[in-house]
Design a protein around this ligand. Structure first.
Ligand code: NAG
Ligand code: NAG
Length: 357
């Protein structure tokens, strides 16, 4: 009897151990092992080298940054969902300091300095990439924002989200928490607009008859963007490190099909085109209400900056000649808490009337 009891005890122990593993796996098995590896506290940190003064030799698509890596768990069409760590968010200003924005004195220096403070407050990573370094052939210069996104993922191998924001944007609410409000799976689930017309010109004049999906898998959302009254706007866009994002960036910069063609809206038209043409792209692009992260300096409650909004974008205001004055006005109101531009008639973002107006 003694002799039999020992193995029996080890059998019971063995079965219990297996059961515990099965139970643990049930609970935690849907989290990829990289989750723990990525989030390990002993992560080594080497300072990132950016060579903003040195032009890149040769055609941009041949650069090593286009081979940025994607972790195994985000290599399929079906994505994953988790709130990113703050330090894995890169706030990317892709600019050479020229263009319309140069009408405002020291605009690049000032916005970068301001974004640095915003990033330090929240632990995000602030990054400026000088876009005149990329050899993009004859394409319009705003295309060079796309190689900058690839380079940001390449330079920061643990970056999970890259937030591409134009230089003519002022962060108005420095307390704004990007993860809680925009990037966390819960925020995406609540915030993105389903079954909403994708615009290509004004809705009434040129209906595309194509809408965002009725039903998204939140795990698949890899791009977050907004639309103004005529089209998606790339002035403020979030990209997630996944195989889909890499494919999309490569398709957008396809020189024969898109980038080398004469598109008035450059990279913005490319993403709009891909959204209208490809259901797969639509299922990976989340469209938020405009003011969530791309409020314009002027416009109705749907479009124009209102108190408490994350930022203000001076999109297209260069033609009116008032940009400089407006810029200084908003710059002086950064972080304001007073009633300055209150909302008149707030509408829930998923209200069908929201998009029709
Ligand atoms: C960006 O890089 C180019 C050279 O590639 C340089 O001439 C220019 O001064 C740089 N811009 C800024 C704002 O430093
Ligand atoms: C959208 O539908 C309307 C009404 O049925 C039609 O007139 C229009 O041509 C359609 N537009 C496209 C781009 O298919």
């Amino acid at each position: 009897m003694q002799a039999l009891q020992v193995p029996r005890r080890s059998i019971i122990l063995g079965i219990s151990a297996v059961t515990i593993f099965v139970v643990l796996y049930r609970f935690f098995g849907d989290l990829p092992v990289e989750y723990y590896r990525n989030y390990g506290p002993a992560e080594t940190f080497t300072p990132v080298q950016t060579n903003n003064d040195r032009p890149q030799p040769g055609y941009f698509k041949a650069q090593p940054e286009w081979d940025w890596d994607v972790p195994a768990y985000s290599k399929g069409w079906q994505g994953y969902a988790r709130p990113p760590r703050n330090r894995d968010i890169v706030v990317l200003t892709a600019s050479d300091g020229g263009g319309h924005n140069s009408q405002i004195p020291n605009v690049l220096e000032r916005t970068l300095d301001d974004r640095e403070r915003y990033c330090q407050r929240h632990g995000y990573t602030n990054l400026w990439l000088n876009t005149s370094r990329y050899d993009i052939g004859e394409a319009h210069r705003t295309w060079s924002k796309i190689p900058a996104v690839a380079e940001a993922f390449y330079l920061y191998p643990s970056a999970e989200w890259v937030w591409l924001i134009d230089t003519d944007i002022i962060i108005m609410n420095p307390e704004y928490d990007l993860v809680r409000q925009i990037l966390a799976p819960d925020a995406i689930k609540k915030g993105i607009m389903r079954d909403t017309p994708i615009l290509d010109g004004q809705l009434k004049k040129n209906p595309t008859n194509i809408s965002t999906p009725k039903d998204y898998r939140v795990e698949d959302i890899d791009i977050l963007i907004t639309q103004d009254h005529i089209s998606v706007n790339t002035g403020s866009t979030f990209f997630r490190r996944t195989a889909f994002t890499r494919m999309l960036l490569e398709m957008m910069t396809d020189y024969t099909l898109l980038m080398g063609q004469d598109h008035a809206g450059a990279e913005q038209d490319a993403i709009k085109h891909l959204m209208l043409e490809h259901p797969l792209v639509r299922s990976h692009v989340g469209v938020y209400p405009q003011r969530k992260f791309n409020a314009y300096v002027q416009g109705s409650d749907i479009m124009g900056y209102r108190d408490g909004d994350l930022l203000v974008h001076f999109a297209g205001c260069w033609t009116g000649g008032k940009c400089q004055q407006w810029f200084e006005e908003f710059w002086g109101k950064r972080g304001h808490k007073d009633r300055w531009r209150p909302e008149k008639e707030p509408l829930p973002p998923n209200d069908p009337a929201f998009m029709r107006r």
